[in-house]
Design a protein around this ligand. Sequence first.
Ligand code: C2O
Ligand code: CU
Length: 475
Amino acid sequence: MAMISRRSFMSGFSAVGASCLLAPHSRANSQLPFLRATASTAQLTPEGYPSTSVWAFSSDGAATIPGPEIRIKAGERVQRTLMNELPQSTAVHWHGIRIDNAMDGAAPLTQAPVETGATFDYDFVCPDPGTYWYHSHNRSREQVARGLAGSLIVEDVEPWLGLPGAATREITLVLDDWLLNEDGSIVEGRWDDLHAAAHAGRMGNTATVNGQSFPHFGLRPRERVRLRTINVATDRIMPISLPGLSPRLIALDGHPVTPRDVEIVELAPAQRADIVIDAPVSASTQIGLMLDTGRSNQVEMAAFQIEGEPVEVAQEPVRPLPSWKTLAAPDLSSAKMEPLRIEGGAMRGMDEAMYHGKTMGFRELTSHGMAWAFNGVAHGMDDPMFEASLGRTVLMELSNRSAFPHGIHVHGHHFTILTRNGLSDPNKDVRDTVLIGADEVVEIAFVADNPGKWMIHCHMLSHQASGMMGWFKVA
Ligand code: C2O
Ligand code: CU
């Protein structure tokens, strides 16, 4: 028998304990491919700077930031056994998928959190094509900030790429914002930072695209490419621009829009935009993906390097994506009205709100880590905000009475944006997450056609954790 040193035994043992011993057992049970949530390291800062200890997803190989891209065709199933190798319980939410409620991953509402060393089988159909993502939905303010996010691409059944006016290829761009120390480590011990949570949230100091700082992407002259952009940041709104690439929007949150020119695409956390770009004619130019970080500061997040032989195709007007045939249109004549009043936060606060059945003043709420409320309830997970009968149209008036913008996400449904501040929205975009400015009132409508318990929350995860969440029931 070969001798093994204590050192190799010990390191071998920890690996065995974490994955090998558990893996064959769970695989035998479920037969699904793995999605492991595990501790790992990533080079988030430029080469030569220290790497970062992260929590990340992997399928078979090493865990990566972002997690492995999951790709299927519309109507197909995603099947993954989540294996939790983290020191905390976790759960995976499949953001934007009109999913079977039991698979929604919204712990503890739709499933118990998956404990360390345990597994959970996710097995669900993705009915609608588009750009989605998956992320931790347990202690998500911390777990997403540590890296637990990846893209989920649901391809059209009818091909679009390669058709006249369409792009010839696509690039997924997962945009993130990290709060790092100088030694590259994630700033810890501030997960419950109420000051940040009562303002715009946990703002990072390091921007990454696909887990890298300032990556380069090659484009041939005149090449037309589809960018699938996803903002997976914990709290940062990302206004991005692509000057010189004639960006045109073709989808928002996965749902197709009539192609339209855009100068700045404002992505709230969790929002996605599919953008068609045309590379310029002249080679050897470099064009930046610019992020507006406020106070007229811009950061160059990535660069497109125009190089190689020009593409020889006539550039036609951008071809729209095939429309969804799966989404029911809201029926406003019989809609159920549901107001959603957003209150709290620094500068305004609120007089009082209910927290776990007890009415409290703002000061007392903050002593419980609460700074925000929906309809006068902070962290409203005890009872549903409302119930809708299956198939009924829900019309919601989201009114932001706070001094901060919020990205409000509805689980299990996509909604139409009807009005902003009383004015009819010209685009009537269909989304799963809507950014609502301070003092803005936005009306949305959707058909409650997916039975179950569905969360509504702010996707600024610091806001969510400090009160901006609730749920509704469809039955
Ligand atoms: Cu992307 Cu409730 O989350
Ligand atoms: Cu918010």
